[in-house]
Design a protein around this ligand. Structure first.
Ligand code: PEP
Ligand code: MG
Length: 309
């Protein structure tokens, strides 16, 4: 349905008929942030704060966190940055937060779940993020990883607001959260689809295991149907829904996601230019027809083929 035209990345994410889709960077360090800014990212859609502390033996102080986050935010003064609170556990254990033994760490106390028992750790991180936002001049929003219900989203948003941070969002990376997108959007200002984990949990296939990698293909029509539910709920609520998983870095899939109602795409710096150019070469109606074709395809290869047109 959609042919690749020739278009350049202008630095402003939009389709050829001016439908806006922000093209953002995924970062975890000051070097990543610099690379994203140099690649022309319009802001940051995912700052993985746990990457700052993978080797930390104990919880960093508020002052230490504020300095670490500020160094990442620095290139994005005046630009939107989504800071994700610590996503500890599963594939990214943190010594000071993650339980020593869990039979199924990916299904265990990870992400926001850690904060239910230790809310003071979350509150200290929010205080540091608010400080770093003020230091850097970036337009900071905060979001939580591994949210499963609207009640969890509401709990998180109230703590974010208590910390004086204006915008609170959550990741949609658990199938239950995608199915509850409407209620979750009532509790927060925005959502961001984590397609890496959403694929893992939808297909019950470990994202780190090569033997099941074909199930974790972001072109799986069943995954696209869950994303479509979230895109529709976001449109109806008038609130933004981004994608910050690997899916956002595929220039053709970026069009499909746009057609499903996604309003921003966040990716590694190397993908920014190609995704921006791909969107600029197609209309919103072209994205919607690519999305319809991919949604009804029988398998990932057919979805890819159908979206290319
Ligand atoms: C995701 O799950 O898609 C995501 C963006 O978060 P992470 O890869 O850090 O789990
Ligand atoms: Mg994730």
């Amino acid at each position: 349905a959609v042919r690749q035209g020739a278009a350049e990345w202008s630095g402003v994410g939009r389709t050829s008929d001016d439908h806006v889709v922000k093209v953002l960077g995924n970062v975890g360090s000051p070097a990543d942030a610099k690379a994203a800014a140099e690649a022309g990212a319009e802001g940051v859609g995912l700052f993985r704060t746990e990457f700052c502390y993978l080797d930390a033996p104990s919880e960093p102080s508020v002052a230490e966190q504020r300095a670490a986050y500020g160094a990442v935010l620095e290139p994005f003064a005046g630009k939107p940055v989504v800071v994700r609170t610590l996503d500890a556990g599963a594939d990214k254990p943190l010594a000071f937060l993650s339980p020593e033994t869990e039979p199924n760490p990916a299904l265990g106390v990870r992400g926001l779940r850690v904060a239910f028992d230790r809310p003071e750790v979350l509150d200290r991180q929010l205080e540091a993020i608010a400080g770093a936002a003020a230091d850097s001049g970036a337009e900071v929003s905060v979001m939580a990883p591994m949210v499963a219900t609207a009640a969890e989203a509401e709990w998180f948003a109230s703590r974010v607001r208590a910390a004086g941070i204006a915008r609170a969002g959550v990741m949609i990376e658990v199938p239950a959260a995608a199915l509850a997108a409407k209620e979750i959007l009532e509790a927060v200002d925005f959502v961001s689809l984590g397609t890496n984990d959403l694929a893992q949990y939808t297909f019950a296939a470990d994202r780190q295991l090569g033997a099941v990698a074909a199930l974790n293909d972001p072109w799986q029509p069943a995954l696209l149907r869950l994303i479509a539910l979230v895109g529709t709920a976001a449109r109806e609520s008038g609130k933004p829904a981004g994608v910050c998983g690997e899916a956002a870095a595929d220039p053709v899939l970026a069009r499909v996601l746009t057609g499903l109602g996604v309003t921003s795409l966040s990716m590694n710096a190397a993908a920014v230019r190609a995704v921006g150019a791909s969107l600029a070469a197609v209309t919103l109606a072209g994205c919607e027809s690519a999305a319809r074709a991919a949604l009804t395809a029988a398998n990932p290869a057919a979805a890819r083929e159908a979206a290319r047109g």
